[in-house]
Design a protein around this ligand. Structure first.
Ligand code: DGP
Length: 232
């Protein structure tokens, strides 16, 4: 991988913002860890982030909800998930501007896909999106693609609130809608990776995508975009 050396003519480029999405048990957490390691070994500054971030006060409420210790209205919990992302924005922007690449386990796409899969919010995709309009936009979304049947064979499925087949199948449909909308908009590229391959094969595919994303962010010098915001 080519690592750009900063100089007076060529100040330190910003980090890239890479988001992993997919249904539960698709292997995101494993691949986020491997990617951060790979980038650091190649001499790049990289950091993992994840949403929901259960370590904050808002995240603690979300955790209680996901573990079914707390009941919350669907819109209220959607707003909490969104707030959990907004509260991370200062850190996210600072980290990218310092030249560190962020590898993020879930983001606003999960927010919309999961909430709009609930019967109460099934016709509210635009409302679900509206809470996250203006968040920093990823430079690439890596979607770990796996069938529901393959995901369920992996350990731990069924422990938390949303880990039910019907819900996850609906979530997948909503992800597809969001991908098509981003494709039509042309600003955030999605990359589908076959997550049913071995861990090494998945990692190999991801590394290629991320290396080319980092190069294009460095070459284009484009600032971090805004999610789902109409361009002026
Ligand atoms: P994880 O910690 O990645 O396993 O995510 C926990 C669960 O929460 C998982 O089923 C996906 C779901 N989830 C993640 N982000 C959001 C969100 O923003 N909104 C909703 N409704 N669900 C989310």
């Amino acid at each position: 991988m080519i690592v750009q050396k900063p100089s007076t003519d060529n100040p330190k480029p910003r980090g890239a913002f890479i988001v992993f999405e997919g249904v539960d048990r698709c292997g995101k957490t494993t691949q986020v860890g491997l990617l951060v390691k790979h980038l650091m070994t190649a001499g790049l500054a990289a950091m993992a982030m994840n949403f929901p971030d259960r370590t904050t006060m808002v995240g603690d409420l979300i955790n209680q909800y996901l573990k079914s210790k707390q009941e919350l209205d669907d819109r209220s919990v959607h707003l909490l998930f969104s707030a959990n992302r907004w509260e991370a924005v200062p850190k996210l922007e600072e980290t990218l501007s310092e030249g560190t690449t962020i590898v993020c386990d879930r983001y606003a796409y999960s927010g919309v896909a999961f909430s709009s899969s609930k019967p109460n919010l099934a016709t509210e995709l635009e409302w679900c999106k509206s809470c996250d309009v203006g968040l920093p936009a990823p430079d690439a979304v890596i979607f770990l693609d796996i069938t529901q049947e393959q995901a369920e064979k992996r350990g731990g499925f069924g422990d938390e609130r949303y880990e039910q087949s019907d819900m996850q199948k609906q979530v997948r449909k909503q992800f597809d809608k969001l991908q098509k909308e981003d494709e039509a908009d042309g600003r955030v590229p999605w990359h589908f990776v076959n997550a049913a391959q071995t861990v090494d094969e998945v990692q190999h595919d991801i590394n290629k995508i991320v290396e080319s994303t980092i190069s294009s962010v460095q070459e284009s010098k484009k600032p971090v975009g805004k999610l789902w915001k109409a361009e002026k």
